[in-house]
Design a protein around this ligand. Structure first.
Ligand code: BTN
Length: 247
């Protein structure tokens, strides 16, 4: 399970650092930072990472089965993150593929996100790095630069400092889950994912490159694809950015 566990004061990005380091001989490498100077989000976005306020955590592990399995891996990690946040009394949900969200008065607000990066062959062993960012007590100045609706645990009513509890909650769920995923795949996690699915039965647009798919989200398929009922029948989407449509 655990190969190494380190906490850094400041780094460019915990994901970048684990991509540079060799993997531990066995088990996963877990790395946290108090601050990131070049925190990265999906699709080349910056991830606001001010000092000692939020959670910035990455896990690196070797993984058999090729790059195709990384999608499932990210859903499994998302379930662990949502469960750790739920344990603090916050009803967060998952917005496929990689967002942790809560329902605000004006739509979904982002509480955290996952950035999965991998290297290796299409088949065979890969190195997977799972980066997790959760907003805990975002300073207003750093929050002002975020270009989408966001929130943090403090604004959701979690008054006590919870970063250590949250880190322990994520790590203690994630390590056994990664083991189970390597052995059994995504199937055992689908019921757990469903309890957190923010998109289920919603009208959605999924943007992928220049393509837009429109339909009703039907949940997650066994291979991690988002199932969507479109006018032309059901489709399984493996990548994209989802926006909710008012019906
Ligand atoms: C997203 O929703 O766009 C993904 C955000 C991922 C942020 C985390 S913070 C720890 C790790 N290091 C990074 O540079 N990014 C991830």
């Amino acid at each position: 399970l655990l190969g190494s566990l380190d906490v850094a004061w400041t780094l460019d990005s915990t994901n970048s650092e684990l991509l540079r380091q060799p993997l531990p001989a066995r088990g996963a490498a877990v790395l946290l930072a108090e601050r990131q100077t070049g925190g990265r989000g999906r699709r080349g976005r910056d991830w606001a990472s001010p000092l000692a306020t939020n959670l910035y955590l990455s896990v690196a592990l070797g993984f058999d089965g090729g790059l195709a399995r990384l999608g499932g891996l990210s859903l499994v990690a998302g379930v662990c993150v949502a469960e750790a946040v739920a344990a603090l009394g916050v009803p967060a949900r998952l917005k496929w593929p990689n967002d942790l969200v809560v329902e605000g008065s004006d739509g979904l607000q982002k509480l955290g996100g996952l950035l999965i990066e991998g290297g290796g062959e299409h088949a065979g062993p890969v190195r997977a790095v799972i980066g997790i960012g959760i907003n805990v007590a975002m300073p207003a100045a750093a929050g002002a630069a975020i270009g989408q609706a966001w929130t943090d645990l403090r604004r959701l009513g979690v008054a006590t400092p919870v970063r250590n509890t949250l880190a322990a909650g994520v790590i203690s769920r994630l390590l056994p889950a990664l083991d189970a995923f390597a052995r059994e795949g995504l199937a055992p996690f689908l019921p757990r994912y469903n309890t957190f699915d923010a998109l289920r039965d919603m009208a959605v647009d999924i943007h992928d490159g220049g393509r837009v798919t429109t339909g009703i989200a039907l949940g997650i398929a066994a291979d991690g694809a988002l199932r969507v009922r479109t006018d032309a029948g059901e489709r399984g989407l493996h990548a994209g950015e989802v926006s909710l449509r008012r019906r």
